[in-house]
Design a protein around this ligand. Structure first.
Ligand code: UD2
Ligand code: MN
Length: 532
């Protein structure tokens, strides 16, 4: 099969490509391509085509179309995980729910086939595909016919596009298995993926996530993702992968096959007992299209007496994309902001005020959200506070609290302690940033009672050899700064110093720790800012 490339006239969402390209299924497997999870390399000419087609799905569709939908993948589990024996007769059954909007045919089918190939028959009750009102023609009759041939797979069509929450709820209502297992439509599961999920989900108080590995958006190579990760979120409520707390890491290395807790789930891949899913209120149906439902569900689970966990014994690959390929009715920010506003309003208590205060554009739509039924749900389920969540589930968090100082630490010479937006935060040398007096978060820091200077994204100011650095917050004593009057001292008694260049007013100048002197460059002003 030949790929017909439309003429390139610029634009997004495939709008620049010919109808034929957009609506046709160009799946044409090349024997051996991508087998064993190996990368597929393209010729120079194909690379040009692939680039032109990229906007259709935000991954390399040319590569995907060359790889068999039945491709083999290696067993990605650790030896300790492979040793675990499951009693299949006593595990609950699964309904796998995969929702999609304008997904590529080959990617979608490979997701389905990987589940069929690698799930024990007696455990897989059914696969429910939910088409969230796609308009690509290859997903119409051609998909119906392909699905009809498959055992235990059914396809539901959402009459109107609701977004992933509405589509998942549609699937969940039709599920006959004991456990709901959600997957994105561009995943591939590996051997042994289902058993650990069902084993844990059987307990009825947990949302259990697989370890999400990486399917390269360019080559579709399957690669392992960082071993010790958990999910959390930034001050702007963007989902983030972070290093788990020390006690979790310790337990994880003692017992690598045991599921470990996570403050938040990424959202796309998890299993939950059907009864628990509905008892805790399913999803917030007011959330449209994409975004924030993962945080809402995570907070709800933890605050309302359940847990969110990851098991590294279940390995599933997912194509992480840099851009969203589909249309957001009303615009991506409008959709995402509305969803975030709902989640924050219902679950975050005083931290909702923090979020809205420093995200004024989200605040403008705060009052437009009708969340009375979700607030009622929280009351009926007798859920705990967000303060409880932060201190018990995510004690390593970097949000302000009543016990933590919050504000701007300004040098006598000008400039504030902070991380410049758009620069590499992690690992980068610290320089003074502009003291933004409005709601900008860049020059705001949390100063904890134990002496950590934290910023958004979990970065802490750390004493280096010479220059101070922004590093992931940890238990390191190099991250402790003791306030002595207007000075900030390291544990060795050195003073935080701004190395001022002439005429710079401090901004952009490096921070370092030096012998304490009577020196303006070591004088800091602590301007407290109310955080709610
Ligand atoms: C992550 C999650 C995703 C979801 C999202 C927040 C993973 C791996 N992925 O982003 O599941 O929780 O965060 O909302 O954890 N879809 C529809 N209708 C729409 C839009 C999307 O059906 O209007 C489908 C889409 O085809 C896909 C799934 O929803 O199968 C998730 O969307 P995504 O892949 O764009 O989200 P992702 O992985 O960036
Ligand atoms: Mn996805």
């Amino acid at each position: 099969m030949r790929v017909i490339v439309g003429h390139y006239v610029g634009g997004t969402n495939g709008g620049n490509l010919s109808e034929d390209v957009i609506h046709k299924n160009n799946y044409a497997p090349v024997p051996g391509a991508g087998e064993g999870g190996r990368p597929v390399q393209l010729s120079q000419r194909e690379l040009i085509t692939a680039r032109e087609l990229y906007s259709l799905h935000s991954y390399n569709i040319l590569v995907s179309d060359k790889i068999s939908i039945n491709r083999s993948l290696p067993d990605m589990r650790s030896d300790r995980c492979k040793e675990v024996v499951f009693d299949l007769d006593n595990l609950p059954t699964a309904t796998v729910i995969i929702v999609f909007h304008n997904e590529a045919w080959s990617t979608l089918m490979r997701t389905v086939m990987s589940v069929l190939m690698r799930s024990p028959t007696q455990l897989l009750q059914q696969i429910i595909l939910v088409d969230d009102a796609s308009d690509r023609r290859y997903l119409f009759q051609e998909l119906d016919e392909a699905i009809e041939k498959l055992d235990r797979v059914q396809l539901l069509r959402n009459p109107e596009r609701t977004g992933l929450v509405g589509a998942r709820l549609l699937g969940a209502k039709k599920a006959t298995g004991d456990v709901l297992v959600f997957l994105d439509a561009h995943c591939e599961v590996t051997p042994g993926w289902l058993e650990p999920l069902l084993d844990r989900a059987g307990s009825d108080d947990v949302f259990i996530c697989p370890h999400i590995d990486l399917l390269s958006e360019d080559t579709l190579a399957y690669t392992k993702s960082i071993d010790a990760h958990w999910g959390a979120f930034s001050w702007r409520l963007h989902f983030r992968w972070l290093i788990p707390g020390g006690d979790v890491l310790r337990k994880k290395s003692e017992n690598p096959s045991k599921p470990y807790p996570t403050p938040a789930m990424a959202g796309g891949l998890f299993a939950v007992r059907k009864s628990l899913f509905w008892r805790l209120g399913g999803y917030d149906e007011g959330m449209t299209i994409w975004g924030a439902e993962n945080l809402e569900l995570s907070w709800r689970a933890w605050q309302c007496g359940a847990r969110v966990e990851i098991t590294s014994c279940s390995r599933v690959g997912h194509i992480f994309r840099r851009h969203s390929p589909y249309k957001y009715p009303g615009g991506v920010t409008k959709v995402l902001h509305a969803n975030l506003a709902r989640a924050a309003t219902v679950w975050m208590d005083e931290w909702a005020d923090f979020f809205f205060k420093f995200n004024p554009d989200v605040a403008t739509i705060r009052d437009q959200q009708t969340v009375a039924d979700r607030v009622e749900l929280r009351k009926n389920l007798k859920c705990k506070s967000f303060a409880w969540y932060l201190s018990n589930v995510w004690p390593q968090h970097f949000f302000p609290t009543d016990q933590r100082w919050f504000g701007r630490i300004k040098s006598e010479k000008g400039g504030c302690i902070g991380v410049n937006p758009g620069t590499l935060g992690l690992g980068s040398p610290a320089v003074a940033v502009e003291c933004i007096t409005q709601m900008g978060l860049e020059s705001l820091v949390v100063f904890t009672p134990e002496g950590k200077i934290m910023t958004d994204e979990g970065l802490c100011l750390q004493q280096g050899n010479g220059r101070a650095l922004w590093k992931s917050c940890s238990d390191s004593s190099k991250q402790i700064w003791i306030q002595k009057g207007p000075r900030l001292k390291t544990q060795e008694g050195l003073c935080l110093t701004l190395v001022v260049n002439k005429d710079s007013h401090g901004v952009g100048d490096p921070l370092t720790s030096k012998k304490c002197l009577t020196d303006d460059k070591q004088i800091w002003h602590f301007n407290r800012v109310p955080w709610r």
